[in-house]
Design a protein around this ligand. Structure first.
Ligand code: ATR
Length: 270
């Protein structure tokens, strides 16, 4: 029987992860299956226990279970510990290993697929929830300084305080951004889900700047705003999704898929 993997979330029907991992497996000749599993809000741990019992080798974890997944792991990678959230589980014989591949997925997409330099760049990170938490450390590691803006100011301050030792980071309200410019503006809010645009002032993009929305599947209000404001490069989060999946695939299989080909095919077909 093929090795079994899955992604657990709620909702999960929209997930492109099964398709991406199927493409990776075909491309690299790995014999595995990968399915999407909907877990009830209070049923994440039971779902993981069932998969372990049935001999699955690992799973991905998405909204809203990444923090619960973190608490379930017996062993964590450094980047999972930094994010305090887990999106990849590997079921080892003795314990569950937890990893977080979101941050490296974002940085790889920005640097390698979009050709933007993070080193010495100043980044505006919008949002201070799970998504922002998962990627901020990697922005520092890649050499960017970070301003966090969030609707609820205390949460931005908390996040900045938590990562103060890791790099140059400050927290600001959206109003306080007026008159400032950034090399890249990253939308890590969940506003796009409800077609909401964070209250950004105009003129926020430096010449040559990147506007990056971690959501994918449609043009978000933030991407539209960026186009109207003349951002030089605008991207949704499909590349991040593919790159974080590739890191999970590597953790499980020890093989690195060619993400560029998969991303090109997804952009053509979906
Ligand atoms: P996720 O795991 O997707 O990050 P989350 O932890 O609930 O989800 O965080 C959602 C983030 O999006 C928060 O930073 C939230 O701002 P608040 O902390 O003020 O709630 C932000 N957000 C959601 N809707 C938004 C909107 N319409 N405008 C601006 N920010 C929004």
């Amino acid at each position: 029987m093929s090795d079994q993997y899955a992604v657990i979330g709620n909702p999960i029907a929209h997930s492109k992860s099964p398709l991406i991992h199927k493409m990776f497996a075909e491309q690299t000749g790995q014999d595995l299956s990968y399915e999407a599993i909907l877990a009830p809000p209070d049923g994440f741990a039971a779902t993981v226990a069932r998969l372990q019992k049935e001999g699955y080798k690992g799973c991905n974890v998405t909204v809203p279970f990444k923090f619960e997944a973190f608490r379930l792991c017996g062993k964590l990678t450094g980047r999972a510990r930094a994010a305090q959230a887990v999106n990849t589980l590997r079921f080892d014989a003795a314990e569950i290993l937890g990893d977080n591949t979101d941050g490296i997925g974002l940085v790889t997409d920005i640097e390698q697929n979009l050709g933007c330099r993070l080193m010495f760049g100043n980044a505006l990170l919008m949002g201070a929830g799970g998504a922002a938490h998962g990627v901020i450390r990697h922005l520092f590691d890649a050499g960017a300084s970070v301003v966090i803006a969030n609707r609820t100011m205390e949460k931005a301050e908390q996040l900045a305080a938590e990562f103060a030792g890791c790099g140059t980071v400050t927290a600001d309200s959206y109003e306080a951004l007026a008159g400032r410019q950034f090399d890249m503006v990253i939308n890590a809010t969940s506003g796009g889900l409800s077609d909401a645009l964070p209250p950004l002032p105009g003129g926020i993009f430096k010449p040559g700047a990147l506007a990056y929305d971690m959501m994918y599947g449609k043009e978000t209000p933030f991407m539209k705003f960026a186009r109207e404001q003349g951002a030089a490069k605008i991207s949704d989060g499909l590349g991040m999704l593919v790159e974080q999946a590739a890191e999970a695939f590597f953790l499980w299989r020890g093989v690195r898929p060619d993400t560029r080909r998969v991303l090109e095919q997804l952009r053509r077909e979906t």
